[in-house]
Design a protein around this ligand. Structure first.
Ligand code: FNR
Length: 387
């Protein structure tokens, strides 16, 4: 086992252990992957302001997200098919998050169901919904989330239609994987993954198969997704969904100051500045680059969170110092899960917390809650003049 000191080590191990189809699904962006790359490289443009001889004893990475105490303001993002990165993946990730003291968000498109995750955890988690045309199905999803004591729903608004991801199309992505000569040859090199997968019954889309009419397996699910996702989604629909749920709502997938204002008007308790990890509109700006304009537009009216491109505690620190009060990691925890299961997610969280803590100390900041622009050196033209 290689020595693991950074998320990149987990990514390499993830690649080695997991079938190509699922590794590629996690690590790809849409079309040319420009936005996927920018999400990370734009973080690198921001530098840190070193301060010395400040008392750094008793530091704390603690924070709050939508009124909940967190060990650090880093939630696990909703990630579809997590249970294909390793057997029972959502349960393992949720347990790691719970033990660490950070929120876990379950995707609609998860392998383990809402009920399964609830049965294996003891603290409330968040549930992410895509907006579907079928109101009765949405209502049932909300009822199930309520019964599972989810403390918030995350409405993802940037996937009315699916951004094209070349690698998924070329790999013929499906869950469970379709057995073709090529996929069998690849699976044969992933024996520990396969053995674990054979021992679980959770290999389909747990929130949907058996709950939505006409969906029995992944191939019928493809057709169901195309038919069921609501391309006519608008802010009125979002307001309706908020009423149907009746609890806390996080609106995820905001990349424009005008949309941020509309999300606040629709009653969001928090918004997530996100481009879906570069998986939807390729060519869109990175999340960190648009954050300042969104903070200016709504920062005093709503809690602003950010994801897309976070691979280290330093990235977390930069997002917080630019104004976000919370962040999410997607691939960084998925890499941990694919590499080492639950222990890998814990390791990913430890790595990020340690990087955040040490960087705070070297920046002369004792409390994550006090991070601000004074900790950063941001190029004057960081936001750029895009006309
Ligand atoms: C996602 N994301 C996502 N978002 C969502 O709202 N519902 C979902 O089902 C999924 N599924 C999904 C699968 C995979 C493999 C990835 C990588 C991402 C987007 C996710 O919540 C988050 O916005 C990004 O992952 C953040 O970017 P990073 O941290 O991966 O760079």
């Amino acid at each position: 086992m290689p020595v693991i000191t950074e998320i990149e080590d987990l990514r390499r191990l993830h690649k080695r252990r997991t079938p190509k189809m699922f590794y590629d699904y996690a690590e790809s962006g849409s079309w040319t992957e420009q936005t996927f790359r920018d999400n990370s490289s734009d973080f690198d443009l921001i530098r840190l302001r070193q301060r010395v001889a400040v008392d750094m004893a008793g530091r704390s990475t603690k924070g709050r997200m939508i009124g909940e105490d967190v060990a650090m303001p880093v939630a696990l993002a909703p990630v579809g098919l997590t249970g294909m990165q390793c057997a029972d993946g959502e349960i393992k990730a949720a347990r790691a998050a719970e033990a660490f003291g950070v929120p876990f968000t379950l995707s609609t498109m998860s392998i383990c169901s809402i009920e399964d995750v609830a049965a294996h955890t003891s603290k409330p988690f968040w549930f992410q919904v895509y907006t579907l045309k079928d109101d009765a199905f949405m209502q049932r999803l909300f009822d199930r989330a309520r019964a599972a004591q989810c403390s918030a729903i995350v409405i993802t608004v940037d996937l009315q239609v699916l951004g094209q991801r070349h690698r998924d199309l070329k790999n013929g992505l499906s869950a469970p994987p379709k057995l073709t000569l090529k996929s069998i040859a690849n699976l044969a090199t992933k024996i520990p993954w396969g053995l674990e997968m054979l021992q679980t019954r959770r290999r389909g889309f747990g929130n949907i198969v058996g709950h939505a009419a006409g969906v029995s397996d992944a191939s019928s699910l493809g057709a169901w997704t195309a038919e069921s996702f609501d391309p006519s989604l608008d802010w009125e629909r979002i307001k309706q969904l908020r009423k149907m749920w009746g609890g806390k709502v996080i609106i995820k997938g905001i990349l424009d100051a005008e949309d941020a204002k509309l999300a606040v008007d629709a009653g969001a308790d928090a918004i997530v500045v996100s481009n879906h990890g570069g998986r939807q509109l390729d060519g869109a700006l990175s999340s960190i680059r648009v954050l300042p304009s969104i903070m200016e537009a709504v920062g005093d009216r709503v809690e602003v969170h950010l994801d897309s491109g976070i691979r280290s505690g330093q990235d977390v620190l930069k997002a917080l110092a630019m104004g976000a009060s919370g962040t999410y990691i997607g691939r960084a925890f998925v890499n941990g899960l694919g590499a080492m299961g639950q222990a890998g997610v814990t390791r990913a969280l430890e790595i990020i917390q340690n990087e955040l803590d040490v960087t705070m100390a070297l920046c002369g900041e004792r409390e994550a809650a006090n991070l601000g622009r004074h900790n950063l050196l941001v190029p004057k033209d960081f936001e750029g003049e895009w006309v």
